[in-house]
Design a protein. Structure first.
Length: 254
């Protein structure tokens, strides 16, 4: 995040796009000047952002009632609230109390991650949800493939791309799981999408696994930087410690 903030210093950005929204850390972490477009294939995630945007107080009133116990966890996991705020509170609660914060569903679309047994869950307070709601007021939220987001990009827009990784880096335990969601052919589609972004005169930042196949696929004559982050979320076989990643961008690097 600090590195991306530095890259954007002095750059006049029109609209912002983030098609692999996830936690939307970049959206929340950089100044917004135009409109923002957040999207993801995870409909529950986008619905949660919509609920926080519309009524953070309602989400918090439901979220605060949940306890960080195994009994409560499985009771909440088994239910599907009928209200938008209720479903958002459930999503946030499960994310903070599940094993390693993983989002995973079975073939019936049912969330099936076990309880995390965390001493504290650090779920957001009302002030956090209200602050997020204020930022989300200028965001358009949509469930969809990244290709739709790329089609919306216009000249001088900025798009941040953080796709699921499909090749190993530092023994990433998510590779096998992610291959079901985002295959290498999707990486190739994304590479073609970056060509489209560049042709429109827009800016992009792509983060991806530090792997030679990724370096070759996304070589555009732009900048490629190898970065490192703490690997704190993953499956049972995920490596802890530091994970190296590539960051590709056509933003000017001083």
């Amino acid at each position: 995040m600090p590195y991306i903030q530095d890259l954007l210093t002095g750059i006049e950005v029109h609209n912002y796009h983030e098609p692999f929204a996830g936690g939307a850390a970049v959206f929340f972490g950089i100044p917004q000047h135009g409109q923002a477009f957040l999207s993801d294939l995870n409909a529950d995630l986008i619905e949660t952002y919509s609920a926080v945007k519309l009524s953070p107080e309602d989400v918090w009133q439901r979220l605060r009632k949940y306890k960080n116990t195994e009994t409560d966890y499985y009771a909440v996991r088994s239910r599907r609230p009928i209200t938008l705020a209720g479903r958002a509170a459930r999503f946030i609660y499960l994310n903070h109390t599940s094993y390693n914060g993983i989002y995973r569903v079975n073939l019936r679309g049912e969330y099936n991650v076990p309880f995390g047994h965390k001493a504290t869950d650090n779920r957001p307070k009302l002030a956090h949800l209200v602050a997020a709601s204020k930022r989300l007021q200028r965001a358009n939220l949509e469930v969809g493939d990244f290709s739709a987001a790329i089609e919306r990009v216009e000249k001088d827009d900025f798009i941040f791309l953080d796709p699921p990784y499909t090749v190993a880096h530092n023994n990433n335990g998510f590779v096998k799981y992610n291959d079901k969601l985002f295959q290498f052919v999707d990486q190739e589609r994304l590479s073609a999408g970056i060509d489209e972004i560049r042709s429109k005169g827009a800016y992009y930042v792509l983060t991806n696994a530090a792997h030679e196949s990724i370096a070759e696929l996304f070589e555009k004559g732009d900048y490629r930087v190898q970065t490192s982050r703490r690997n704190s979320i993953g499956g049972r076989s995920a490596a802890r410690g530091r994970a190296t990643e590539f960051l590709f961008t056509n933003l000017p690097i001083s």
